[in-house]
Design a protein around this ligand. Structure first.
Ligand SMILES: Cc1cc2nc3c(=O)[nH]c(=O)nc-3n(C[C@H](O)[C@H](O)[C@H](O)COP(=O)(O)OP(=O)(O)OC[C@H]3O[C@@H](n4cnc5c(N)ncnc54)[C@H](O)[C@@H]3O)c2cc1C
Length: 385
């Protein structure tokens, strides 16, 4: 039986990167009695622990680029801030473009990135082929590359925030599933679990792919759908070039990045229906492996050492939802649509600022409010993998 507190100033639901970062930043800002509840036996077993670890500035909208600028700086500073490093590896991200319409869109995106101070390089098709001698890209029309994009370690980031939040007095508990949220007069009054009830007037829904069912407990409809994505890692590839970056064949949503002595590779299934199934789809793995070996024939010399599937938490415009809801005291930080690991550090800070002062201060994120979906006009993020 878990020793659940009877009351909390803030209850954060979900112990992935969003919940851990939010709990830490609330505690750091001086909030007392912060309680983080995770239903699994360990933190970070949801989308965060199953993600590919990519961190990048190369997005198509100003808000996502700015979230990355802040968040990647926080990842660089994580060890100084919490005592635990994010294990950042700046191997660079190289998007390979094979369709004329992608070239047009990425030209616009790179102009936007540069205008915000992100020095993304533009590559010709021949530059791409020279830069990736082990790959087969006869159809590459162009590419974009940023050396300061790369990788970080999801579990290190989650545990850095959980441990630091605990040192500041937050209660971070596993094996506690939230099964109910009580309201009085349209405001949150308590959170219900099989281990007891916590009275509180503030709840943060950081339940990632499960955030819509958690929001429904408070009577809030969230347009967030879980969509399965999967990847695998390979055995050692000693002949792979040492400076192999994070490579994305954008048209196929196919990607590779260095992992241990081998590679991690994934490919998004455009026909994957929404659902909570987290088992690896063997039929899609075959499609993926064939496509991957066509681009990187070296893969035929490697074995598969691990395979994982997890869930993206997808919104209609591929942007996150951050802020308040029609229910008083009920906040959400979710819907990152495939790039939430990298935005976890800053979004936890923004969420904590919003709760403390009614708005985020470090960055204007009013465009990310849930209420935006009432407007049929949407700005959609194009650089989704
Ligand atoms: C295959 C894959 C690859 C990805 N690659 C990248 C990448 O390279 N870079 C990147 O930035 N992002 C990537 N992502 C996306 C990223 O993983 C997510 O956007 C991010 O981890 C979301 O974090 P979260 O904390 O919101 O959700 P989660 O990590 O899923 O955390 C939510 C937590 O809530 C808990 N929970 C749910 N319901 C309840 C309840 N009722 N009570 C208590 N707890 C509950 C869950 O158990 C879970 O631990 C990838 C995702 C996948 C699936």
């Amino acid at each position: 039986m878990i020793d659940l507190p009877k009351t909390a100033s803030v209850v954060v639901i979900g112990g992935g990167v969003m919940g851990a970062s939010t709990a830490y930043h609330l505690a750091k800002a001086g909030a007392r009695q912060v309680v983080l509840l995770e239903r699994e036996p360990f933190f970070g077993l949801g989308a965060t622990g199953r993600c590919a670890g990519g961190i990048r500035h190369q997005f198509a909208t100003e808000i996502n680029i700015r979230l990355s600028q802040h968040s990647l700086r926080l990842l660089d500073e994580l060890e100084a801030e919490t005592g635990q490093p994010a294990l950042v590896r700046k191997c660079g991200y190289l998007f390979v473009l094979t369709r004329p319409e992608e070239v047009t869109a990425f030209e616009r995106n790179v102009r936007l990135q540069r205008s915000l101070g992100v020095p993304t390089e533009w590559l010709s098709g021949d530059d791409v082929r020279r830069r990736l001698p082990s790959c087969v890209f006869p159809d590459a029309l162009a590419g974009t590359y940023l050396a300061s994009d790369g990788l970080a370690d999801p579990n290190s980031v989650v545990m850095a925030y959980v441990n630091a939040a605990r040192r500041l007095g937050a209660r971070c508990l596993t094996d506690v599933k939230v099964t109910g949220i009580e309201l009085t007069g349209g405001r949150v009054t308590a959170v219900v679990t099989p281990d007891g009830r916590l009275t509180t007037d503030c709840v943060v829904n950081a339940a990632g792919p499960w955030s819509a069912p958690v929001a429904a407990l408070a009577g809030v409809a969230l347009p967030v759908q879980p969509v399965r994505r999967q990847w695998l890692t390979t055995s050692a590839l000693p002949s792979l070039q040492a400076d192999f970056p994070f490579v994305i064949d954008f048209a196929q949503s196919l990607y590779f990045h260095p992992e241990g002595q081998g590679l991690l590779t994934g490919m998004s299934n455009p026909s994957e229906p929404p659902g909570f199934d987290q088992s690896v789809d063997p039929a899609w793995e075959l499609v993926h492996l064939e496509a991957a070996a066509r681009r990187l024939p070296l893969l035929e010399q490697a074995g598969v050492t691990s395979r994982w599937a997890g869930l993206y938490e997808v919104t209609p415009d591929a942007h996150p939802i951050l802020g308040d809801t029609p229910v008083g005291g009920f906040f959400v930080v979710t819907g990152f649509s495939g790039h939430g690991f990298m935005h976890g550090p800053i979004c936890g800070l923004l969420m904590a600022e919003w709760i403390a002062s009614g708005q985020a201060r470090t960055l204007d994120v009013s465009a990310l409010r849930l209420s935006r979906f009432a407007d049929p006009e949407r700005t959609v993020e194009y650089n989704v993998v």
